[in-house]
Write a protein that binds this ligand. Sequence first.
Ligand code: NAD
Ligand code: ZN
Ligand code: ZN
Length: 358
Amino acid sequence: MANKMMAAVVEAFGKPLVMREWAIPTAGDDQIVVKTEACGVCHTDLHAASGDWPLKPTLPFIPGHEAIGIVTAAGKNVTIVKEGDRVGVPWLYSACGHCEYCLSAWETVCAGAQFGGYTKNGGFAEYILADPQYVAHIPKGLAATQAAPLICAGITTYKGIKQTEAKPGQWIAISGCGGLGHLAIQYAKAMGLLVCAVDIDDNKLALAKSLGANLTFNAKHGDPAAALKKETGGGAHGVLITAPSLIAFKQGIGMTRKRGTCVLVGLPPGEFPVPLFDVVANCITIRGSFVGTREDMAEALAFAAEGKVTADVELQPLADINRIFHRLEHGDVAARVVIDYMTKPVMPTPQHEEVYAH
Ligand code: NAD
Ligand code: ZN
Ligand code: ZN
């Protein structure tokens, strides 16, 4: 096993990941190597492994973009971080640094951006190669397993809420109360918003309520737009759609108040119909939002460091990844599963592929 690590690898789209040995990366002059302590399992990893999106990763690849770990090696040009630092390796793995978007602090839409666990290997492995310019700096006192969900689910929802432009005292509707949504509720409350949580699962709505949601609606029993409009006196000023389901997008626009903003964050494959007359006549803004910038990252982590946002995590070993994906696909994860490399070491056996296939 010298110079080898274990990784969960996508070898074919739509097939179980394969637990196998992979070479431990070595740092180039401008790179760092991070020993993974924890990595959250995002629904995006499932889309990636299924090949759901138009831009597909090159096979084979290692998913995982909520990775937290300790820097074990730094190239000779690296000054921003040093060995022993705790960092996060997020979805925004790197960007060009000089295009119009990078220069205006919109590095998330840089055409040269690389994506962790997608175009670059990610955190479903014991070590990760990273670009020190783009890693998250984890505040002292925040455990790796706690920080992991924040570097995708946290930053994405925090940024998405900001993009709704809803102000303290106004309503925000959050559709989808899973990994992203349960953090969105907490950020929204901490930002002074009134929260209306929407999901199709009563357990998720019970969690939403316990996290401070003012109203909850189960969309399984029909479109919640009319009831939500009644309860909020005209609809939510901001709507954040995290649900990986196309119907939720159409419903989200229906929940938006006149002159409100509906922010699209969930990424199910496909398209959804936009009720043009309603959007035009009610002056509704529909806006896409993609993870967040490094500035958003620092802000999103600061809420957690202050104890205002706490991820609800279930810790599992890496070797359980196919079972976790299966559960995520069927809505059977309470909030966020985090792969814990510290207390649940990866212990491969020859039977792994079979045992952990779904
Ligand atoms: P998750 O599986 O943890 O949570 C999804 C939640 O949506 C579940 O609670 C589920 O019950 C609920 N849901 C399903 N159908 C619904 C419906 N019709 N109405 C309301 N709720 C419904 O997934 P996650 O990790 O939170 O990710 C959610 C989506 O966000 C995925 O598509 C993922 O790819 C995407 N995502 C986007 C970004 C971005 O930058 N835009 C970042 C991360 C994740
Ligand atoms: Zn993610
Ligand atoms: Zn750029």
